[in-house]
Design a protein around this ligand. Sequence first.
Ligand code: NAD
Ligand code: ZN
Length: 345
Amino acid sequence: MQGMMDALVKREDGKGLDLVKVPVPEPGIGEVLIKIHKTAICGTDVHIYNWDPWSRQHIRPPMTIGHEYVGEIAALGPGVHDYRVGQIVSGEGHIVCGHCRNCRAGNGHWCKFTKGVGVDRDGAFAEYLRIPETNVIAISKDISEDIISFFDAYGNAAHTATMFDVVGEDVLITGAGPIGMMAAGICKQNGARRIIITDVNDYRLAIAKKMGASQTVNLKHENLEDAMKNQGMVEGFDVGLEMSGNGAALNQLLKSMRNGGKVALLGIAGPGTVIDWNDVIFKGLTLQGIYGRKMYETWYKIIAMIEAGLDLNPIITHRFHYTEFEQGFAAMNSGESGKVILNWA
Ligand code: NAD
Ligand code: ZN
């Protein structure tokens, strides 16, 4: 598999990405080489593209970025016996140490030594990707590759939306980005009674509605209390899913919970975000931070939920060839997008 390949590389300190030739990686012991078919653009990739303060601190150029993908196994490194060339795969984007306390307890998502594909090491926006076989997820050819391409983000949505029991419950989702949209679909499929989702973006709320939200609230011109009344709610939400990373949204969510409610926090709060702790204390709320996907229970569930009929197609809004990546990032930056897929075939 020697030779050169195309890759989207953060070459230097500064905005943007470059489409350049880099060497095809060689799978080492216990590693798998994946020929990438499709990738999806994550919010993290947009941060890196835009070269915001977080990326300036975390990313060490030159590096190929990207971590949402589907492809086929192209080659096996020495010692890999459980996979074969040609299998359709995606992969867990967090490469964990395997020997810390959490890893050994089956809680790899809490590994202190996690390395992120496309964040700490070369990623998937390339013709080939090399990852450890432990991270490979084989997926049935019956599932559309467009959908598999963003299983990583779908896994974030599922990890959050399945953290607490939603059967018969009233759920508030703050933030109708791609992850909030998917969470609406997951809660619907899993038997939630009411699903109210907030955002400040009508384009995105319309997709969340298609995914199964009972009611959407655009906070620019509607208010959540009215929506709750309209839905016949009395005591507040049973389950809250914070998926915006916005401090005001987090505070609104805490204030809208019923006593004894359960809150899963996925959105990455800005520095210095303040909450009113008395909302948590007097209401007896349970707060659970969510990072990544459970290894590998979340992967099992996300495949199972698709097989059980969950349709994520409504959230796909754009498809481009990888050479048109600038248009893909522009779509993501515009806010008028769900999932943006880049085709590498
Ligand atoms: P996104 O940025 O596309 O979506 C966030 C949405 O929140 C946007 O549509 C925005 O308009 C909306 N929003 C802004 N202010 C709001 C407010 N006051 N009330 C309600 N909504 C508001 O992000 P995404 O890709 O869907 O991801 C969701 C969040 O999860 C992000 O914060 C992301 O960084 C985070 N994330 C965390 C993990 C993790 O492991 N913890 C993994 C992936 C993503
Ligand atoms: Zn570990």
